[in-house]
Ligand binder design. Structure first.
Ligand code: 1GP
Length: 248
């Protein structure tokens, strides 16, 4: 996929009620030699996106992983950065995340100001994304690293108002996340309420471990399902989840 049309593909899919599946790769956890197998399976299963990012990213494999993916497949690579240092010109797009569920000014706008000049001259498609952290039953790295509280799991109205505000501020996507490795994925009722309240595409991730859960959240209104941990542990899940999402 050419750069600059990834957001259009999100919008078109939403309009056509086609659901998308993204695999999250944490460059700290995946070693380069595992990439080939993952990409092969993802291509066969017609996965829609690779999201790349993690809370820390302590190694410098980001560019190498992207190059390796791109050598083998045309599945777009979208950066999902845990910090402003996790940027690479080699990806297709960047989710320009503003942590709108939190009240940490740096993650609402500060880091964005710092990275703006770099992004302005980059070839990346920049997609403004309202990032909403929801309590997934365990403290997550993103909550700790961002020094923010997630929205309580049963406070649907807070999530709805947060997502609506993000849309009204001009954000192009909403990403609801229970955090990587969450014990509980986001409630289907919360996803349903948020999906009903906004018109922009809705990404949902965090703690999804089964095709059934992926389908349930898809039916509730998620436009894109993101899975990281569970696929890292069991690659066979990849094709089952892809089939479940596409069966919608
Ligand atoms: C985390 O939404 C992603 O930001 C994916 O979470 O690793 O728990 O699938 P998991």
């Amino acid at each position: 996929m050419n750069s600059k049309n990834i957001y259009t593909s999100f919008r078109k899919a939403k309009k056509a009620k086609q659901k998308k599946f993204a695999i999250l790769i944490d460059p700290d956890k995946l070693i380069l030699k595992e990439v080939d197998q993952l990409v092969k399976l993802a291509t066969l299963a017609q996965v829609d996106f690779f999201f790349l990012g993690g809370s820390l990213v302590v190694n410098n494999q980001l560019d190498a992983i992207i190059e390796s993916i791109k050598a083998q497949t045309s599945i777009p690579v979208v950066l999902f950065p845990g910090s402003s240092r996790q940027l690479s010109y080699k990806a297709d797009a960047l989710l320009f995340l503003s942590l709108i569920s939190g009240r940490n000014a740096d993650l609402l706008i500060g880091k964005h100001v710092e990275s703006a000049p770099f992004l302005k001259i980059s070839p990346l498609e920049i997609i403004s994304t309202g990032y909403i952290l929801v309590d997934g039953g365990v403290p997550t790295s993103v909550s700790y690293m961002s020094n923010t509280f997630p929205i309580p799991a049963d406070k649907n109205s807070i999530a709805v108002c947060t997502a609506m505000a993000g849309e009204m501020l001009g954000m192009k996507l909403i990403y609801m996340d229970a955090g990587s490795g969450a014990m509980n994925p986001i409630n289907t009722t919360m996803v349903q309420d948020v999906a009903t309240a906004i018109d922009i595409p809705l990404i949902v991730g965090g703690g999804i471990r089964s095709p059934q859960k992926a389908l349930e959240l898809t039916k509730a209104g998620a436009d894109v399902i993101v899975i990281g941990n569970a696929i890292e542990k069991d690659l066979s899940l990849l094709s089952e989840v892809a089939a479940a999402i596409k069966s919608f």
